[in-house]
Design a protein around this ligand. Structure first.
Ligand SMILES: *[C@@H]1O[C@H](CO)[C@@H](O)[C@H](O)[C@H]1NC(C)=O
Length: 570
């Protein structure tokens, strides 16, 4: 944690805070840097199945179709797909002339789709789907995933009827509700034996997903599925999940070869008891079940000097009846009781009773001992038989061809922005496309942060008091971080040791009882710290944003590896 959040970061952040505070008073806002670093990318349409940058409104209007369908089986008021889709500049403008597709409405069903330029068939080339999502107002509950629609959807008229039941081949992308942060990759597999279609869900991603739902920044989602049945998912070019269509999906593509015979039943006389009560054992003659657990100590003697006739408490001889006491109203006055002073020097006062001790002859209820069951036959399990539904599909990659893509969503947060969608069979081409679009945005985000700091420094140069504020703020922040990271432990431990010692003197049970709770608290604290560390790692990853790349997309598709991904298996 300390390594990632170096002191430099604190100073930069502190400068930024002070700078913004100081400028807000003057009504100066930090304006967006705009220049022409971005140009709408050009791509050879022959190389892709779809490449949509959403910068050209009229082209968009020609090819995309908004759904006019109704969702089945939901309340009539919300059944219509009437969520609004608009082509808009992002609310945080990063690149001049860059537009995106925005779902502007919340809490409405919304669907929009377009036909691919050509049919995607799952043959000997990988499927690569990549797009950007900016959750401009974060996300509380809702999806931002894409559906790759199956052959059968042929026309714009079909797209007008796009709804939740429209057959898709793959569903991919983010989805969240409450604390359930997902990144879906679902494919629909056709049972080769009887043609039934079943959804297969990929295992959980390995990257933490919190940030994409709350940082309001653009994130790039890439899915690559290969003819050898392997797949990889990237978020912002970082691997988020990978595996095999055959091994990493539930339910598994291929059913088990053998199953339990459903007709095999456990025989009536099957004895599964490993131990039984010894039937031959009898209670010994001298076993007295009635002997009490405790008895009065027969050897106890009354201590010398015990004052049998002195009560432990006596009326206070010095007390006087208050002058305003009225016996009629207040009852008869009695002096308050105090400890009898005579008892303090004697071993005890009042009636002496001998103490109670455990009874040495106590036996309790007699139970027969357990012995090994001579009729034990082990745990019963049904016979295994060949699975009648068994099949083996070695090529789940060969999915139903894709003719269209679309978003069919419900979102409780408005202003989801989609951008730079590409469907291709060439990973390098997708990488080059991202280098001209997404990478520029990430660069711009980091350079905006830098320029804010630069301007902060200049401002501080002109207003030296800023340094004092920065130093104070930094101290406070370092203090807070140090406290969150390691602070509470040391004082806590000391305090606990003292507390425990004190308690032990009084009552040993009490201190025992406290310790588990204390342990829990530490575990929580530990967890929390780990959570923060995990988050910092992800934040750290952001700073690895790649530099801007040449503007022309590599239309040869040769892909000079512009993207610094780890080498992929082909
Ligand atoms: C097809 O087989 C699967 C089991 O492999 C079964 O669950 C499903 O009900 C079958 N569908 C039909 C239409 O027979």
């Amino acid at each position: 944690m300390a390594r990632i959040w170096s002191l430099r970061h604190y100073f930069l952040l502190a400068f930024a805070v002070v700078y913004i505070q100081a400028n807000e008073e003057d009504g100066i806002t930090v304006e967006t840097v705009e220049d022409d670093v971005y140009q709408t990318p050009n791509i050879d349409p022959k190389k892709v199945y779809l490449a949509e940058h959403f910068d050209d409104v009229s082209a968009f209007n020609k090819r995309w179709v908004k759904s006019e369908a109704k969702k089945q089986g939901v309340d009539e008021n919300i059944a219509k797909y009437d969520g609004k889709w608009e082509i808009q500049a992002p609310s945080r403008k990063l690149l001049k002339n860059d537009l995106g597709l925005v779902l502007t409405t919340e809490a409405k069903h919304a669907a929009i789709a377009t036909l691919l330029d050509k049919l995607f068939e799952f043959m000997d080339r990988p499927l690569v789907v990549q797009y950007e999502v900016t959750m401009q107002e974060g996300q509380n509950c809702g999806g931002a995933y894409i559906k790759l629609l199956s052959k059968g959807i042929k026309s714009k008229a079909d797209l007008k009827q796009f709804y939740d039941q429209t057959p898709y081949t793959i569903m991919f992308g983010p989805d969240k509700c409450g604390n359930d942060n997902k990144l879906h990759f679902i494919f629909r597999h056709k049972n080769p034996k009887n043609g039934t279609i079943e959804e297969k869900h990929a295992k959980k991603p390995t990257l933490r997903l919190d940030d994409i739902y709350k940082d309001k920044e653009p994130h790039l989602y890439t899915l690559v599925v290969r003819p050898d049945n392997s797949f990889t998912i990237y978020i912002d070019n970082k691997e988020a999940n990978s595996g095999s269509l055959l091994e990493d999906f539930t339910p598994a593509v291929n059913p088990p070869e053998e199953i339990d015979d459903p007709n095999d039943k456990k025989p009536e006389d099957w004895d599964e008891r490993e131990k039984i009560v010894d039937p031959t054992a009898t209670k010994p003659e001298d076993w007295d079940e009635t002997a009490p657990a405790q008895i009065v100590d027969p050897n106890a003697v009354k201590p010398e000097g015990w004052l049998d006739d002195e009560p432990e408490m006596i009326p206070d001889p010095e007390a006087v009846k208050p002058s305003d006491w009225e016996d009629e109203m207040d009852g008869e006055w009695e002096a308050p009781l105090i400890e009898n002073p005579k008892c303090s020097s004697a071993p005890g006062c009042g009636e002496w009773k001998p103490p109670v001790i455990p009874n040495p002859n106590y036996k309790g209820v007699w139970r027969a001992p357990l012995i090994t069951n001579p009729n034990y036959r082990g745990k019963w399990s049904p016979r295994r038989i060949a699975n009648p539904d068994y099949f083996k599909d070695d090529h789940p990659f060969r999915m139903t061809p894709i003719t269209a893509v679309g978003f069919e969503l419900w979102s409780m947060s408005p202003a989801l922005l989609f951008d730079n969608l590409i469907v291709t069979d060439d990973e390098n081409l997708a990488a080059a496309w991202a280098a001209q679009t997404f990478a520029l945005k990430r660069d711009r985000i980091s350079s905006q942060a830098e320029s804010l700091v630069e301007r902060g420094l200049k401002f501080a140069g002109e207003n030296p008091w800023v340094y004092a504020v920065v130093i104070i703020v930094s101290f406070i922040m370092v203090g807070v971080i140090a406290y969150m990271c390691c602070g509470p432990r040391t004082p806590d431990v000391d305090a606990e040791i003292k507390k425990t010692d004190a308690v032990v003197e009084d009552d040993p049970h009490q201190s025992e009882g406290e310790q588990p709770g204390e342990g829990e608290g530490q575990a929580e604290e530990q967890e929390e710290r780990e959570g923060k560390r995990g988050k910092s790692e992800l934040e750290g990853a952001d700073s690895e944003t790649e530099p801007a790349e040449p503007k022309q997309v590599d239309t040869e598709g040769a892909g000079d590896g512009q993207r610094k991904r780890k080498p992929r298996k082909e």
